[in-house]
Design a protein around this ligand. Structure first.
Ligand SMILES: [Zn+2]
Length: 464
């Protein structure tokens, strides 16, 4: 098969650098503009970790905790917000947080906004399936300001597209929470943190940092700071609440901190390059996270034999870590050893506690690369399994279409191509392939019906 980078992060990072911003995931079917403009990245390990941060908080807040979708936005600035059941978070926010508690605090604050029914109008709009246009606005609005003040690349491109439709002030008014709502969300956040036995210090640290850092001209303005005003009074109130909590001195469990460190190193290696990863690794000498970073940089920057040896040692240290197996699979794919890669991915799939839809797709790609009819059949099974867990993985459909194509099942290949276009927001192309698939299918069979759904689909906001 085509040799393509095995990591969706790497792929997205490169797309981002060229400003084509091809998202590896179209977040919903309603948003072509969003999908094309926002650099969403996918990673099984990071998504699972952030979901683990969010789940107990959502439960404490009475929000639906099941299937909290984590959407990782490849942007160096700090931003995080909840929309519907989706938690959007910038990789920059994850990178800059030294502890899980700092991120969990921000999630708790966002959950406070949702549970408090703040911005009800916005939320009503979200309910009405216009989610993505709104989210593009939320993401874009901060970026407009950030782009204007610092010429930071960030999401400025996306922001400008959005701005054309509304004007900066309109965007900002959507974002601006009322001061009282901020304080209410802070109070709710502390309630959730208390209920889950966690400290509010991380939240205080994050917000305190926003308050102090950014009156400087030329500094990057974080979208989050613009949407969440931080008068001194608010920090003072929060400080009182945090210190009053019986859990103020609680620190994150060491295993969670370790996962957090591994995530930071990963983001640094894939997004920031070798220097950024080394900088971070020097702060955690000898740690598993630092060894993970070492293996990843070896892999990313061409020392496959070294990377494999380092990853094998990591696996020895944590035999049940699904993501070490995933890295091993990535390395073996790059080394043109698809059979061994498939075995590693198979282990990753079976070890993955979060049941990510991404890992079976990787497994399927390795099986495709093996290339025998038998392995192609298995590839179809695995990729379908991944897509069953994660229907919106547009990239997965591309691989599925290829696998069906190689097996000679052209109608199924056409339908998979249609799905891929559909979830990327390219509805016209989706319809063309759906019609093509239908011509070779029996009227009324499941594939035919799905094709018909795509043909009938009208993007929201447009009249049929
Ligand atoms: Zn807020």
């Amino acid at each position: 098969m085509l040799s393509r980078p095995r990591s969706t992060i790497a792929r997205a990072a490169r797309a981002f650098a060229t400003l084509s911003l091809a998202a590896t995931l179209a977040v919903t079917s309603t948003v072509s503009a969003f999908a094309q403009n926002v650099p969403v990245v996918r990673d099984a390990e990071i998504e699972a970790l952030v979901r683990d941060y969010a789940r107990p908080i959502f439960r404490a807040a009475g929000l639906p905790e099941d299937g909290v979708d984590i959407v990782l936005v490849n942007d160096q600035s700090f931003n995080a917000f909840v929309a519907g059941s989706r938690l959007f978070i910038n990789t920059g926010a994850l990178m800059s947080a030294e502890t899980p508690n700092e991120i969990i605090g921000v999630i708790a604050h966002e959950a406070g906004h949702i549970a408090g029914g703040h911005q009800q109008k916005l939320r009503n709009q979200l309910e009405r399936a216009k989610t993505m246009a709104i989210i593009a606005t939320l993401l874009g609005a901060g970026a407009i300001v950030a782009g204007a003040t610092s010429k930071s690349r960030g999401l400025a491109g996306a922001g400008m597209g959005v701005a054309a439709g509304g004007g900066e002030m309109a965007q900002r008014s959507i974002l601006a929470y009322q001061r009282t709502e901020e304080m209410t969300a802070d109070r709710s956040a502390i309630t959730y943190l208390n209920a889950t036995g966690q400290s509010g210090l991380g939240m205080l640290k994050t917000f305190g940092r926003f308050q102090s850092a950014l009156s400087l001209s030329g500094a990057q303005v974080d979208p989050y700071r613009i949407s969440h005003p931080l008068p001194r009074e608010r920090i003072a109130n929060l400080e009182v609440l945090v210190k009053k909590s019986p859990h103020v001195d609680k620190v994150d469990a060491p295993a969670l901190q370790q996962r957090h460190d591994m995530m930071r190193v990963k983001i640094a290696a894939y997004m920031g390059g070798q220097a950024a990863a080394s900088r971070l690794m020097r702060k955690m000498p000898g740690s598993l996270a630092s060894r993970y970073g070492d293996a990843q940089t070896s892999y990313l920057f061409g020392d496959l034999a070294g990377a494999l040896a380092k990853t094998n040692a990591l696996i020895k240290a944590q035999p049940k870590n699904a993501y070490f197996q995933e890295l091993r699979g990535d390395i073996l794919m790059k080394a043109n050893r698809p059979k061994a890669a498939a075995e590693a991915y198979a282990k990753a799939v079976s070890l993955d506690p979060a049941r990510s839809g991404l890992l079976p797709v990787s497994y399927g790609q390795a099986l495709m690369a093996v290339g025998t009819p038998d392995s192609l059949e298995k590839a179809v099974v695995q990729i379908n399994k991944g897509l069953g867990r994660d229907r919106e993985n547009a990239v997965g459909y591309r691989h599925l279409a290829q696998a069906y194509g190689e097996l000679g099942n052209i109608p199924a290949a056409d339908l998979a191509t249609a799905e891929g276009h559909f979830y990327s927001g390219a509805y016209k192309d989706a319809k063309i392939f759906a019609m093509r698939a239908q011509m070779k299918m029996k009227r009324g069979e499941p594939g035919w019906i799905r094709a018909q759904d795509i043909i009938n689909y009208a993007p929201s906001g447009k009249k049929k």
